[in-house]
Design a binder for this molecule. Structure first.
Ligand SMILES: [Zn+2]
Length: 219
């Protein structure tokens, strides 16, 4: 399937599932957006999650489609690392070799670190870094630099979506994005601010909602 068809298909699925929510949202770094990407709906839908990650795994295959030069898939917590785990699993299935997933853990001070046992996993290895949505690219850049510092070769960066135009490349690596739909970002005050439209609430944990009749605990 050519890339554009794949992209159209993924975007149509996302539209059907209501993943793009119109409103007036504040995203990373205080920028404003007219659309919120409810990526948790993808994580919460195993079939769609596998499809997104499957396409990413396909992208990491060598020409011929049987092997990959990627040894380790690394993602920043929490979205990127969940994707890394699934992409590594699917890539292992497709190539019959062991592709490892590593999480770049949050250090609680805005940075990331690798667990001691993961340091050896990335050293001198070819790494693919995964992220869900690139907005400023900060988490992805920190993950990539962390891996490089530990002796890894960061071969590629993959993301599902990109917001704005700031992340064509991240930490010197071109970002490969599955869906190129435009999600423009605006400096505040944006046009909606000027019309005095209040900021919209982001959906939280909605996908964790149990079936009707069960108690929903908000937290
Ligand atoms: Zn605004």
């Amino acid at each position: 399937m050519v890339a554009q068809e794949l992209e159209r298909e993924l975007l149509a699925l996302c539209q059907d599932l209501g993943i793009f929510i119109p409103g007036h949202f504040e995203v990373s770094s205080g920028l404003h957006s007219d659309l919120y990407i409810d990526k948790e709906l993808i994580f919460g839908n195993p079939e769609l999650f596998d499809r997104f990650c499957g396409y990413q795994a396909d992208f990491l295959l060598d020409p011929g489609g049987r092997d990959t030069s990627i040894d380790v898939v690394v993602g920043p917590e929490t979205g990127g690392s969940r994707i890394a785990e699934n992409v590594a699993r699917l890539l292992s299935q497709k190539t019959q070799r062991q592709v490892v997933a590593v999480a770049a853990r949050k250090d609680g001070q805005g940075g990331f670190f690798l667990e001691a046992e993961d340091l050896e996993r990335v050293r001198c290895r070819n790494i693919a870094v995964t992220e869900d949505v690139l907005t400023t690219g900060r988490s992805a850049a920190m993950t990539m630099n962390l891996c490089r510092d530990k002796g890894a070769n960061v071969a590629t960066l993959q993301a599902w979506f990109r917001r704005g135009q700031r992340t064509q490349s991240v930490a010197g690596v071109r970002a490969n994005v599955l869906c190129h739909r435009e999600f423009p970002l605006h400096e505040a005050p944006c046009a909606q601010c000027l019309r005095r439209i209040p900021l919209s609430q982001k959906p939280t944990a909605r996908q964790l909602s149990p079936s009707p009749g069960q108690l929903i605990l908000a937290y």
